[in-house]
Structures are given as C-alpha cells and as structure tokens.
Write a protein that binds this ligand. Structure first.
Ligand SMILES: [Ca+2]
Ligand SMILES: [Ca+2]
Ligand SMILES: [Ca+2]
Length: 181
C-alpha cells in the first residue's frame, strides 16, 4: 500500500498513459501516443527528431514492462502500476533511477519540440495546457527551474519527477507537475 497522495499521483500518470481507457497500459497505447505526437507536431518519423521520439517511446515501453509487468502478460494493469511504482519509489534508489530516467527522458524529448535540449517556457506551457494546468505553467516552471536560467534541463526535470513520485507532503510544490491531482 502506498500513501493516498502517492496513489493519486500514480493514478494520474496511469490515466495519461492508458489513453484508450481499458484499464491497462499496453503496446497499442504507447504506439497511439507516439503517432498522436508525431501528427500533432508534424514530425516526420524518418527525421532525426522523429527517430529520437520513436526511440524514446521504445525505451519507455521497455522500462515500463520490465519493471512493472509482474505477470508478464505484455500489459501493465492499474494495480500493477500503482503497487509497482510504490515499490520502486520507496525501494532501492539506484533501481528507481534506472526506471525513472527513460520515463522522464521521453517526456523531456516530447516537450522539447525544437530540440534545443531544454524546455522553454513556451514549450512547457503547451505541455501543461495538455494536462489541464495551463494557467499554472509559469509558476510550476519557476519551481522546477532550480538554476533560474528560465528553461528546464533534463536533470532539473528528473529531480522534480523524483520528488513528484516520492513526496507524501500535500503542500510539496512538485505535486503540480501533471496538473491537479
Ligand atoms: Ca490501454
Ligand atoms: Ca526547447
Ligand atoms: Ca534551468
């Protein structure tokens, strides 16, 4: 069992991934997310950006199934997701980081639409709007942007995601990463 606030955050992530809402994250969900993204930003799958995005989703899927698909049926149920993330987040930090990095790297590459290796305020606003948090985007960015250079680096996003996935403090600013929970 994980704390109620962590369960709410993991449920939120699960709902973003399980985009056909059948109660499982499966390969088809991941491929749908990839296709939607490529279409929305008119990225050619054969371009450098398209290949990078494709590789991101592949490693994302590998990290997800290798760590969370306990009954090995090729999909991750909500229950597997909730208990698995809880065990990871509260367990060995090195193992958690190994799973966390590809997940965050995927989100980062997707948000960084111009490929500048940083997420600008404009890019972050678009992402936050997509999770229903558009009006909070600048405030959330300011909290993630620890070095204050106005953009989010991969390391800054990983730090924030780690806190998001482990903090049980209801007033923690990192709770806002994916919008209201
Ligand atoms: Ca699904
Ligand atoms: Ca960028
Ligand atoms: Ca920064």
């Amino acid at each position: 069992m994980v704390a109620d606030i962590l369960a709410r955050k993991y449920n939120k992530i699960f709902s973003l991934y399980d985009n056909d809402r059948n109660g499982y994250v499966e390969k088809a969900d991941v491929q749908r997310m990839k296709r939607r993204y490529l279409n929305a930003f008119e990225v050619d799958p054969a371009s450098a950006k398209g290949v990078a995005v494709g590789e991101c989703w592949d490693s994302f899927w590998k990290a997800l199934t290798s760590s969370l698909d306990h009954d090995e049926d090729g999909q991750v149920s909500r229950e597997e997701f909730l208990s698995g993330f809880g065990a990871l987040a509260l367990g060995d930090p090195a193992t958690f980081d190994k799973v966390l990095r590809p997940l965050v790297q995927t989100a980062f590459t997707l948000m960084d639409t111009d490929g500048s290796d940083a997420v600008s305020a404009k890019e972050f606003r678009r992402f936050q709007a997509s999770v229903g948090n558009g009006d909070q985007a600048d405030a959330v960015l300011a909290k993630i942007d620890l070095d204050g250079d106005g953009v989010i680096s991969l390391d800054e996003l990983i730090d924030d995601a780690r806190a998001f996935l482990t903090s049980t403090d209801p007033s923690d600013s990192t709770n806002w990463l994916l919008g209201p929970i």
